[in-house]
Design a protein around this ligand. Sequence first.
Ligand SMILES: Nc1ncnc2c1ncn2[C@@H]1O[C@H](COP(=O)(O)OP(=O)(O)OP(=O)(O)O)[C@@H](O)[C@H]1O
Length: 318
Amino acid sequence: MSDAVVVRTTDLTKVFDETVTAVDSLNITVRENAIIGFLGPNGAGKTTTIKLLLGLQHPTSGSASVFGMDIGPDSLDIRKRVGYLAQDPRFYDYMSARQTLRYVCRFFYEGPRDMIEERINETLDIVSLTEVADRPIKGFSVGERQRLGIAQAYIHAPDLLILDEPAASLDPMGRRDVLELLMQLRKKTTILYSTHILSDVQRVSDEVIIINKGKLVTQSNIDRLLADKDSSYSLVTRGDSDVLHDIFSAQAWIGRVLHNVENGQYHWDISVKDIEIAEGHLLKLALTANGVFVVDFGRRKHHLEEVFMNLVEGEKSG
Ligand SMILES: Nc1ncnc2c1ncn2[C@@H]1O[C@H](COP(=O)(O)OP(=O)(O)OP(=O)(O)O)[C@@H](O)[C@H]1O
C-alpha cells in the first residue's frame, strides 16, 4: 500500500426524501494499492456511499474526491479510471461473455483499438472464463456470471475497482475463486469491496471500513483491529476445577474470568490485562492447582466477525 490517496470523503452525507439519512457525515480514506473490505449491516449505507463515489447519486452535503477529482463535476473522468461491479449485475443474456466485454469496451476502453481483442482475451483468462467465452450468458452459473461481472469492471484496466458484494450468493468454491481473483487483481489496482462475509475479509483485505446507520464506526488495519482485542486465553480443564475461579480472580493482571462446564470439562475464557505476565504465569497457575488437570490451553484467536458484532452492537447501545 502506498501513501497516495485514491478516495477521500469529507463529511459526505446523503439524505433520501428528507427523512432517510443513508450516509451521515462520513469521513473515509482509501490509499493506493490497498484492498479494503467495506462492511456494515443491511441498510448501513454501503451501496449509497459507492454510488456517491461513482457520481450515480449526488450528496446532500459534504464532498468526496477520487484520484483528487471531485465526485460532482468530475464524475465522468472518475468513471474512466474506476471499474464498478454493481450488487446485482445485469447482462444481455443472449450475448456471449466475449461479446459483452466487447460491448463494454466501446464505452470505457481507451487504449488502442487493435489491442481490444488482446485485452479481452487477457481478461477472460484472468477470470477463468476462456473456455466458456463464446457461449451465451444465459447458460452461465452464478459464479461464472459474477466473474464476468468482475471482468467487465476490470476490462479497461482501472486504477480503482469498486465491487458491491462480489461474493454474495456464491457457494464456497465460487467464493474462493472470487477471493483468489481479488488477490491477483490487487497487484495491479486498488480494490474497495463491500461484503457481509467477514471471514473472507479477514483473509484477503489489509483494511476494513465499518459503517453503521450511515456513520463511520471504524477504519482500521485488520491486524491492528484484531490485535487490540487479542488478550484473552482459553483453557480447558477437568477435575476439581472450581478452585481455579478464586485463584484467577485473585490475580491483579487477570480481568474477566468466565467458564462453563460441558461433559465434566471446564471451558475457561480468561481475559488478561498484561499479556507478558499471562504468558509466563497463567498456565502455571492451572497446572499447579490441586486436583486440576489441564486438557487444553491457548491464546484465543479473535475473528473479525466477533469484533464487528461488538463494534456494531456497541453503537446500538451507545
Ligand atoms: N433511492 C432510495 N430512496 C430512499 N431510500 C433509500 C434509497 N436508497 C437507499 N435508501 C435507504 O438508505 C439506507 C442505506 O441503504 P444502502 O443500500 O446504501 O445500504 P447497504 O449498506 O448497501 O445495505 P445492504 O447491505 O442491505 O445492501 C437504507 O435505509 C435504504 O432503505
